[in-house]
Design a protein around this ligand. Structure first.
Ligand code: 9MR
Length: 481
């Protein structure tokens, strides 16, 4: 019997993609002429999300920062970081009035140096709360809570895009948890926390974040009523975080409708901690179902204009909280423990790349910058009516690498393209997207998919792949029928 997707009791305490100038001009022209903007396939989650006016984030801990393959992948694919543990109360105020922001600062500086934004997580939570808080006389808890919030949110003022101000306040039945904050202040602790955070950092988006509120149910109904009442009182609540710790095949059917009802109150919504666990060992049909699940979550967010982004709770299957809390379960991420993309990655990327691009939100404020020195092959020379192709390394790890190939039309449009190259040293493609590959041995041939064969004059499209072997950027040729 699989355990239900419930309970913080189970959460045990343990320690713009670089759009080309031409694309920008084309998009601006299309907007001016009120034309549909043709979707252009991007080959990283962040580039694809930014093209849809969203971010795609991950959680990182200080330990993760020491694992180069993991952080290189994170920097290449994501444009938002949530510290996994480093901004929680036990890390930041382990004893009364004694603050330590060293670990959180390391995550912030990693994010800043890679053009990523930060979701602050979190200010008030019943878990990972140092024991001393439980010993504070109830009539002093509000002062202690507000001092904690003010000190931390002031320290990070201007550095976080959003705060999970109150984390996981609800019981499954839609009542508030009787934690120390509730015992001291009743439900009013939530408004007090939001007001203190807003005073300390008026530009941060302030969220209530919880799990098992993704669908319409007793718990999300409780939160919905609270959100209505807080907004009616003028409390600075700006968003609802849906953690989204799913079990494969069990994404709630009411996810989109639930996000829509919160958005209709004037709130942002975000998927904040996405993972999708599988009873181990995972078989290929479960991995395909996981792809379906990730695609559904991304599509639900894209369907709701106030859904600002999706964050996965981690990067790869080798570094996730799931097996430690749900024994027998694992493989919840978009990359496996060897950093290879799984069907979930292709599904998330395809969902972001399909459909029309009409975000009603302003795009992410922080354009990504290339996190890696990315060697590129020289493009084949453009010939009128033909195309050129350039291979660029996005990421590499021991024994493998990920590349993006840009296919650019010459002075007239192409309708169908074929890119060819030869591997110099025994490399082989392990996974390819936005293209169809054939060829054998060292010769590679990639043709367009049905949806990306037409490229306007001077415009480009991309496909991507992962390969085994040492990273290489051979010169590619492009032909058009
Ligand atoms: O990923 C976090 C893990 O390292 C910690 O041990 C755990 C302790 O509660 O918290 C994990 O993150 C949680 C997040 O802060 C809130 N939602 C549930 C997450 C998974 O437990």
């Amino acid at each position: 019997m699989k355990p239900p997707n419930t309970g913080t009791e189970r959460h045990r305490t343990r320690a713009r993609g670089p759009a080309t100038a031409l694309a920008a001009i084309a998009a601006a022209t299309a907007v001016a002429l009120n034309l549909a903007i043709p979707a252009q396939a991007a080959s990283t989650l962040k580039a694809a999300a930014e093209a849809r006016g969203r971010y795609f984030g991950t959680a990182l801990t200080r330990g993760d920062l020491g694992i180069s393959a993991e952080v290189n992948l994170a920097a290449a694919q994501f444009d938002m970081v949530t510290p996994g543990n480093e901004m929680k109360w036990d890390a930041t105020e382990p004893s009364k009035g004694s603050f330590n922001f060293g670990s959180g600062d390391q995550i912030v500086s990693f994010a800043q140096s890679h053009g990523m934004r930060v979701r602050g997580h979190n200010l008030v939570w019943h878990a990972q709360l140092p024991a001393w808080v439980g010993g504070v006389p109830l009539n002093q808890v509000q002062g202690v809570m507000e001092n904690h919030i003010t000190t931390e949110a002031t320290h990070y003022r201007g550095k976080v895009y959003a705060w999970d101000v109150v984390n996981e306040p609800y019981n499954e039945d839609g009542t508030l948890r009787q934690d120390v904050f509730y015992k001291a202040m009743g439900s009013g602790y939530i408004a007090a926390a939001l007001r203190a955070a807003h005073a300390a950092d008026p530009n941060a988006k302030l969220y209530i974040n919880d799990y098992n509120i993704e669908g319409i149910n007793a718990k999300s109904n409780g939160l919905y009523s609270l959100a209505q009442s807080l907004l009616a009182q003028g409390v600075p609540l700006h968003g609802i975080g849906l953690e989204s710790h799913f079990i494969v095949g069990q994404v709630p059917s009411s996810l989109q409708a639930n996000m829509e009802r919160f958005a209709a109150l004037g709130l942002d919504v975000a998927i904040t901690e996405l993972d999708d666990r599988i009873q181990m060992p995972a078989d290929s049909s479960e991995l395909q179902q996981q792809g379906t699940d990730y695609g559904r979550v991304v599509n639900a967010c894209l369907a709701v204009p106030r859904c600002v982004g999706v964050s996965q709770w981690g990067v790869d299957d080798g570094h996730t909280w799931i097996p430690g809390t749900f024994p027998g379960y694992g493989a919840p991420m978009m990359w496996d423990s060897s950093y290879q993309p799984k069907p979930a990655y292709q599904a998330a990327l395809s969902a972001l790349n399909s459909g029309t691009s009409s975000p009603s939100q302003s795009p992410s404020q922080s354009p990504s910058q290339s996190p890696l020195s990315s060697p590129s092959s020289s493009p084949s020379s453009p010939v009128p009516g033909a195309c050129s192709a350039t291979i660029k390394t996005i990421n590499s790890w021991g024994g493998g690498f990920q590349s993006e190939v840009t296919v650019r039309a010459g002075s007239s449009a192409v309708n169908g393209w074929t890119v060819k190259w030869a591997w110099p040293g025994g490399q082989s493609i392990s996974s390819l997207w936005n293209g169809v590959s054939s060829g054998s041995g060292s010769s590679v041939t990639v043709r367009n998919e049905s949806y990306n064969g037409s490229v306007a004059a001077g415009a480009s499209t991309t496909f991507g792949f992962t390969a085994n072997g040492a990273a290489a950027t051979p010169t590619a040729t492009c032909t058009s029928p």
